[in-house]
Design a protein. Structure first.
Length: 230
């Protein structure tokens, strides 16, 4: 009887120790994940990447010094506010993902899943907006991304782009042209969340537009030859 009790006790003890080990590993993993984020006081290459992107997108006006100071915090908050993220000024996983910044361990997986979407987006941008100011090219890409988020349009980049009659570049075959480096960069910026169109889901060229309905849409901004609207 005593022997059976000892065996049972040992089994319980082993299970308890295993549970404690698992808990310790989870806590360590969570701690490392928290420490991997950039926040006020952080320094290093990731902070430089954050500052570089935010400066390119117009959120940050400071130096690219790799120091996560007050200016960087405020710029991150502005980016988070614009992209519907928690406005805590911390560049955590969700914010870094929205900026297109990934760790080396996950970058290969992310690039593999995103590259085809970005490539298709660059083809559309080149077909629709080559020769336009860089901001205007990004804005065209942003319209695609805004449509993906809207319940009124297909929920994928390919679905939006190839929606019947949506874009002239698809109808006339210009989407099959090889995009230049500018269009590729614009596609990446639009994919990462830069939206110089201010939430537009339509754009058109006033000089060539024949659809009277499009003129009734609320204007958000005019960039180059394109009017962007909601």
């Amino acid at each position: 009887m005593i022997k059976k009790s000892l065996i049972k006790y040992k089994r319980i003890l082993v299970i308890f120790m295993l549970l404690c080990s698992i808990g310790a590993l989870l806590a360590f993993s969570q701690k490392n994940e928290v420490e991997a984020t950039s926040r006020y006081g952080s320094r290093g290459e990731e902070v430089k990447q954050i500052q570089t992107k935010l400066k390119r997108w117009g959120y940050y006006n400071g130096s690219i010094d790799g120091i996560y100071g007050t200016q960087t915090v405020n710029a991150v908050k502005s980016f988070q506010r614009k992209n519907g993220l928690t406005q805590d000024g911390i560049a955590g996983p969700a914010t870094l993902k929205a900026m297109g910044i990934t760790s080396s361990s996950s970058s290969s997986q992310t690039s593999g899943s995103n590259s085809s979407d970005i490539n298709l987006l660059s083809h559309l941008i080149y077909g629709e907006a080559r020769g336009e100011p860089y901001t205007g090219q990004v804005a065209v890409g942003a319209v695609i991304m805004n449509r993906v988020k809207s319940s009124s349009f297909p929920n994928s980049i390919a679905g939006v782009i190839y929606q019947r009659g949506a874009f002239d570049a698809v109808s006339d075959g210009q989407i099959n042209m090889s995009p230049d480096s500018t269009a590729k960069k614009a596609a990446q910026d639009a994919y990462n969340g830069w939206d110089p169109s201010y939430g537009a889901i339509y754009y058109f060229n006033p000089s060539t537009a024949t659809n009277k309905w499009i003129w009734s849409r609320p204007l958000t901004i005019t960039i180059g030859k394109h009017r962007f609207c909601k």
